[in-house]
Design a protein around this ligand. Structure first.
Ligand code: FAD
Length: 355
């Protein structure tokens, strides 16, 4: 399946799967190239505020996420001094009605599985697992996209290429090799707990945010509230790429051992068995996102720190805007396609920079 209306997407992460569904809903055929052999259960929780969940609801994902995504009752800012709540942003069903879409907390693997299942059922989307984007060339007929599966290198014609291949994007490297992810000096540690392991008040259906001396702790329910996702952000120098390096729990427990951290926060950190860690990188603001009929989307364009909990949300918003811009030109190639992608970037850049 390749030809005049076919758009290639590099990466079957949250952004790549969403943009594929959004493009197919606008009448395009889509081929997704994903370098992993399987969409694995790596990663932990993601927060999706209504600006992002609205896009997923419009794409028909809500039934697939029912029973997995949790709508938290509130976001609570917790005092490190007293251990109690100092500020509260009410969420829940009432807030969802007024925003027109829910606030969701969800395991990344559950969201990816829901998007994957939707993609599999779509006749106009082909997902090629174990297939890595390698190269692209522009010419009068559009693009030639080169990809590799094992030892086999192949190429296809495409109307456009979307680089949704994450922070270490090969598509971005091909277009703008001078743009390099920058290490932030922060490391995110994540782990999950069975909700039954915590006293009820700390296993509630809310997001808890603790900001303390030299660290930052976030806890919220995932997997239908059966599990609690815990993330601790701490400064450090360890800066290897990747999403799931094993972490030594003692190192983290020492960070939280200070009596300045209250009992409940220390209890949550102590209760996690298998910590994983990832170094936090960003893609510097100000680089280009498009070149001709090629565009970047999500982390490949604008990987950000997680403090606003908008990394996945911005990739999902990008997907909706990009599909709308391309729908305006449908199967016109060349200059019209390039202009549509520039419109996408012009619309998204100020929004992403503000977030
Ligand atoms: C395995 C994994 C686990 C993660 N876990 C967390 C987490 O626990 N917490 C958190 O906040 N964020 C996590 N993230 C990042 C988070 O998903 C993103 O910040 C956000 O969702 C934006 O997504 P994205 O689609 O732009 O990029 P990503 O979700 O990173 O997806 C990029 C996809 O592109 C694929 N890819 C890369 N290079 C190529 C290539 N050359 N050819 C084809 N495919 C390619 C990757 O395998 C991946 O599937 C994780 C990302 C990954 C890939």
């Amino acid at each position: 399946m390749a030809g005049s209306r076919t758009i290639f997407v590099a990466g079957a992460g949250i952004g790549g799967l969403t943009v594929s569904l959004a493009l197919a809903a606008r009448g395009f055929r889509v081929v997704i190239l994903e370098k992993s052999e399987r969409l694995e259960e790596i990663g932990a929780g993601l927060q999706l505020s209504p600006n992002a969940s609205r896009v997923l609801v419009a794409l028909g994902l809500q039934p697939r996420l029912a029973g997995r995504a949790v709508t938290p009752e509130a976001i609570s800012l917790m005092s490190v001094r007293s251990g109690g709540e100092v500020a509260r942003l009410q969420l829940g069903e009432v807030a969802a009605r007024s925003a027109g879409a829910p606030y969701w907390v969800v395991h990344r693997a559950d969201l990816q599985a829901a998007l994957h299942a939707e993609v599999n059922e779509h006749h106009d989307i082909e997902l090629r697992l174990g297939c890595q984007f390698e190269d692209v060339a522009s010419h009068a007929k559009g693009l030639t996209v080169v990809h590799r599966s094992g030892m086999t290198r192949q190429q296809d014609l495409a109307l456009a290429l979307i680089g949704a291949d994450g922070i270490w994007s090969a598509v971005r490297h091909h277009l703008f090799p001078h743009v390099q992810p920058q290490f932030s000096g922060l490391i995110a540690w994540r782990g999950t707990l069975d909700a039954t392991q915590l006293p009820r008040e700390y296993a509630s259906r809310g997001v808890q945010l603790w900001m303390g001396p030299n660290a930052h702790l976030v806890a919220y329910p995932i997997s239908g509230a059966r599990q609690i996702n815990i993330v601790a952000m701490v400064p450090g120098t360890w800066n290897r790429p990747g999403w799931s390096a094993p972490g030594d729990g003692n190192e983290l427990r020492n960070t939280f051992a200070s009596p300045r951290w209250p009992g409940p926060a220390r209890m949550m950190v102590a209760a996690v068995d298998g910590w994983r860690k990832f170094a936090l990188f960003t893609v510097p603001d100000g680089g280009q996102w498009t070149q001709g009929a090629i565009a970047l989307l999500g982390d490949s364009a604008h990987a950000m720190l997680p403090f606003a909990a908008q990394g996945a949300g911005m990739a999902i918003e990008d997907a909706a805007v990009l599909a709308r811009c391309l729908a305006e030109v449908q199967n016109e190639g060349g200059p019209a396609m390039a202009a549509a992608l520039q419109r996408y970037a012009r619309e998204r850049r100020p929004r992403v920079a503000r977030v």
